[in-house]
Structures are given as structure tokens and as C-alpha cells.
Design a protein around this ligand. Structure first.
Ligand code: GRF
Length: 234
């Protein structure tokens, strides 16, 4: 079967782009990156595209009078490259409804939280402020509202008591690098169907059981005798 042609849009360091490039390097991976586009000059991730010999281009949104002009150019560039699926990977620009409509169910994003919780920016800081026990990351189809749309894959990451936003971000990012290629594989293998705006993945399993946090660990014998102990002593 022909490989699914993907276009990756970035604005920054591009570690998720790198994870996708590495996944695509495997011969049996069912997708290939045919174009990388950045909207910010000097986006670090472009170096990964260059290194891998993937055609890349800069389309600076500031060079356009309005969003429509920028998005028309973006759309044309993606079409010209033969892109069939767009992967947003740290693309810090909200796309208009008209662009999202043109790429309906062919446009996916990764977000560093368990959506629909903690949409938007500064997710890890807000997770810590809130005292959530778990966070994670989500790959989802894009809908016009920010960080909204049918969920394809999620990974759960426990929050540690002494976490900093940086430590948590790094732990979540490691999982992002696993689930983004996984989601692309599922789409490319045509296992993903959107039914009533929810994703059904054909041939997918669900992990059994549940994670619980916090758990208690024993820190030595208890100093306060419990009822059983005092009953035995009598
Ligand atoms: C990631 O945390 C991603 O979830 C979010 O933006 C960040 C991009 O990181 N949308 P990188 O540029 O892929 O390293």
C-alpha cells in the first residue's frame, strides 16, 4: 500500500517533528513526511527536516495582511506537496474555521494534557496549581475551537508530589514522542473512523485496570497502636 503523505507544521523546537521523522525512517512505517512548514523564522525544528532531507519551507504569517491570505498560501503549499494528512506539532497559530473545514478529519494536533482538561497554554503549571494527580498528552483531530476535536490516542502521566513544571513537561514530552507516531500509524493504516465526532480505532486494545495516585508506602512500624494491637496486649 502507498504511504500516507503527511505535512508537518511547526513553530519552534520541533521535537515531535523529530519523533515523526524517526518513525517514518522505518521501512514498514505506513506514512512519509513530504513537507515541513514553519510559520516562525528560525524555528529550531527546521534543522531536523534539513538533516533528514525533507523539503521544508517558511511561510511567515506576519508577511500577510490577514489570516485568510496566510492560510490560502499554507493550503496551496500543502496541496502542491501532495499532503494528505496535516500534523500540527507545536504550531502556535490558531487556524480559522474555513481552513479547518478544508482539512476536516485530515488535520491532527498534539496537546500536552489529557483533553478536554487543561486546554490552551501553560498546561503543566496549571496542572500543578490544580493539584491534579494525573496529566498526559492527547492526539486529536482538529476542530475550529482551540484544542478541541475527536481524540485518537492519549497517554496518562502521573504527577509527582515534588514535580516542577519543567520536570513534568519533560515526562509528558517523552510520551508525546510515542503517541504521535502511533496516532499517525493508526490513521495511515486506515484504522481510524470518526463517527458522530468520536474516534473508533479498528483493531485497538484497551489497557486493563486502572492507575491510582497517590499510593501509600510503609515508612516503618506505626507509632500509634491500632485497635487490634491494643486488644492483643490486654
Ligand atoms: C508540545 O508539547 C506539543 O504538545 C505542544 O507544543 C509542544 C511542541 O514541542 N502542542 P515540540 O516543538 O514538538 O518540541
Amino acid at each position: 500500500m502507498a504511504k500516507l503523505k503527511i505535512g508537518v507544521l511547526i513553530s519552534g523546537r520541533g521535537s515531535n517533528l523529530k519523533a515523526l521523522i524517526d518513525a517514518c525512517a522505518a521501512e514498514d512505517f505506513p506514512a512519509e513526511i513530504v513537507r515541513v512548514i514553519a510559520n516562525v523564522t528560525g524555528a529550531g525544528g527546521l534543522a531536523y527536516a534539513e538533516e533528514a532531507g525533507i523539503p521544508w519551507q517558511m511561510i511567515d504569517h506576519r508577511a500577510f495582511r490577514d489570516r485568510e491570505g496566510f492560510e490560502d498560501t499554507l493550503h496551496r503549499a500543502l496541496k502542491d506537496a501532495g499532503v494528505e494528512l496535516i500534523c500540527l506539532a507545536g504550531f502556535m497559530r490558531l487556524l480559522t474555521e474555513s481552513f479547518v473545514n478544508r482539512w476536516w478529519d485530515r488535520l491532527i494536533n498534539i496537546h500536552p494534557s489529557l483533553l478536554p482538561a487543561f486546554r490552551g497554554l501553560h498546561t503543566h503549571e496549571r496542572v500543578l496549581e490544580y493539584g491534579a494527580r494525573f496529566t498526559g498528552c492527547t492526539v486529536h483531530f482538529v476542530r475550529p475551537a482551540m484544542d478541541d476535536g475527536p481524540i485518537i490516542v492519549q497517554a496518562v502521566v502521573p504527577v509527582a508530589v515534588d514535580d516542577t513544571a519543567e520536570a513534568l513537561a519533560a515526562r509528558v514530552l517523552r510520551e508525546e514522542h510515542i503517541i504521535y507516531p502511533l496516532a499517525v500509524r493508526m490513521v495511515a493504516e486506515q484504522r481510524v473512523r470518526v463517527v458522530q465526532d468520536r474516534v473508533i480505532v479498528q483493531g485497538a486494545g484497551t489497557p486493563r485496570g486502572a492507575l491510582v495516585s497517590p499510593t501509600l508506602h510503609r515508612v516503618g512500624p506505626s507509632k500509634t497502636p491500632n485497635h487490634t494491637q491494643s486488644a492483643r496486649a490486654r
